[in-house]
Design a protein around this ligand. Structure first.
Ligand SMILES: Cc1cc2nc3c(=O)[nH]c(=O)nc-3n(C[C@H](O)[C@H](O)[C@H](O)COP(=O)(O)OP(=O)(O)OC[C@H]3O[C@@H](n4cnc5c(N)ncnc54)[C@H](O)[C@@H]3O)c2cc1C
Length: 303
C-alpha cells in the first residue's frame, strides 16, 4: 500500500519510478478487511479511489468507511499502469548494496536494477513468520513468502530492526451464517455483529458489494482463538474462507528515519508503511507519499 502511494507521489513529483513487487496481483491487498478510518490520509488519487470503491460510510468506532477491497486494488493498479514513466516488475528484491552514487538491487531472478534513491515498503514481509492456530511458517502473509534475504542485506547497511506483530481476523463465507441471530449495522449489506461469551462485539463486515465473503473484526486478543469461531452466536455453521492469522516481522523505528522517511544511516534509502511500524491505512499511505516526494526531490537535486 505504502509502495503504491510512494510510486504515485514520486511520479507526480517528476521522477520515473521503477516498482519491484513480488506480486503486482496482490498489490494493495487489504489483509484486515475493507473497513477503514480514512481521517488524515492523503488527498488526490487516494481519495478518488476510496470514493470509487466505497460502499458504506457510517459511524463505527469513529468515522469508518467500507470499501470493496477487490475494486480498490484494481483501481490502484489501473491508475498506476496508465501513468507514463512508471515501470513495474514482478520479482522479489533479495539484496541491496551501494555502488558509487547508486543503489543496486538484486532480485530473486538474478536481475540487477540501479536507482539514485530506494524506497523499502515491504509491509509485514521482512523476516516474516505467519502463525495460524498451532502452525507456524515463513511468510509475509498466508500464501506469500517472507523476505529473509532482504532483511539481512538491510541489516548490513545499518538498519536496526525490532520484532513486532500484526493480527488479522478470519474471512468467512456467506453460507451457514444464521442472520436472525445477529445484531444489525446495515441490513441491506449484511453488515452485522455477534458477541463473545464475555459480551465483546465481533463485527461481521462484508468484503464486497456481492456479499459472498465477510471479515470478522475480532476484539483485541481474540484472533488466535479463531478455532472457537463456531461457538459464536449466528456463526455455528459458518465456513472459514481464510483463517485468522498473526504475522511476526521485523520493523524499523522512526528514530532511524528523518521526517522525509529517509534513513539517517544510508543516504537515499527510504522506508515507508508497516515496515516503519505504521499503524493503519492512513498512516501507511501518508508515509508512502512522503517517501515518494522525498526520493523524487533528492533525485532532481542531484541531476
Ligand atoms: C494483519 C493486518 C491487520 C491490519 N489491520 C488494519 C486495520 O484494521 N485498519 C487499518 O487502517 N489498517 C490496518 N492494517 C494496516 C496496514 O498496516 C496498512 O494499511 C497497509 O496495508 C500496510 O501497507 P504496506 O505498504 O506497509 O504493506 P503491504 O500493503 O503489505 O505491501 C507490502 C508489499 O511489499 C511486497 N514485498 C514484500 N517484500 C518484498 C520484496 N523483498 N521484494 C518485492 N516486493 C516485496 C509485498 O508483495 C506487498 O505487496 C493492518 C495490517 C495488517 C498486516
Amino acid at each position: 500500500m505504502a509502495g503504491l502511494h510512494a510510486t504515485e507521489a514520486a511520479s507526480k513529483s517528476g521522477a520515473r519510478p521503477l516498482v519491484i513487487t513480488s506480486s503486482w496481483d496482490t498489490a494493495g491487498y487489504l489483509a484486515w478487511g475493507p473497513s477503514l478510518s480514512v481521517k488524515g490520509g492523503p488527498g488526490g488519487l487516494n481519495q478518488k479511489i476510496l470514493r470509487k470503491a466505497l460502499f458504506y460510510e457510517g459511524e463505527l468506532n469513529g468515522r469508518t468507511i467500507l470499501i470493496d477491497g477487490y475494486k480498490f486494488q484494481g483501481y490502484w493498479r489501473e491508475s498506476l499502469e496508465r501513468q507514463a514513466g512508471i515501470r513495474i516488475f514482478q520479482d522479489t528484491c533479495e539484496d541491496v548494496t551501494r555502488e558509487k552514487s547508486f543503489w543496486k538491487v538484486r532480485t530473486m531472478w538474478g536481475k540487477i536494477y540501479f536507482g539514485k534513491t530506494l524506497i523499502i515498503a515491504t509491509g509485514t514481509f521482512l523476516g516474516g513468520r505467519v502463525e495460524i492456530g498451532s502452525e507456524e511458517f515463513a511468510g509475509g502473509r498466508p500464501g506469500e513468502s517472507g523476505s529473509a534475504r532482504l532483511e539481512k542485506a538491510l541489516r548490513v547497511l545499518g538498519s536496526e530492526f525490532y520484532l513486532t506483530k500484526e493480527e488479522a481476523g478470519p474471512i468467512i463465507g456467506v453460507d451457514g451464517i444464521e442472520w436472525g441471530k445477529l445484531g444489525t449495522v446495515d441490513e441491506a449489506l449484511g453488515f452485522c455483529w455477534t458477541e463473545t461469551s464475555d459480551k465483546k462485539r465481533v463485527y461481521i463486515e462484508p468484503i464486497d458489494r456481492g456479499g459472498k465473503e465477510f471479515y470478522l473484526r475480532l476484539p483485541g486478543g481474540q484472533t488466535r482463538k479463531s478455532a472457537s469461531l463456531n461457538l459464536l452466536p449466528g456463526l455455528k455453521k459458518a465456513q472459514t474462507v481464510r483463517p485468522a492469522y498473526t504475522v511476526f516481522y521485523q520493523a524499523i523505528g522512526q528514530d532511524q528515519l528523518r521526517e522525509t522517511q529517509e534513513s539517517k544511516f544510508a543516504d537515499g534509502l527510504f522506508f515507508a508503511g508497516r515496515v516503519n511500524g505504521a499503524q493503519n491505512y492512513a498512516e501507511s499511505a501518508l508515509q508512502g507519499s512522503r517517501a515518494g516526494c522525498g526520493a523524487a526531490k533528492k533525485v532532481s537535486r542531484e541531476t
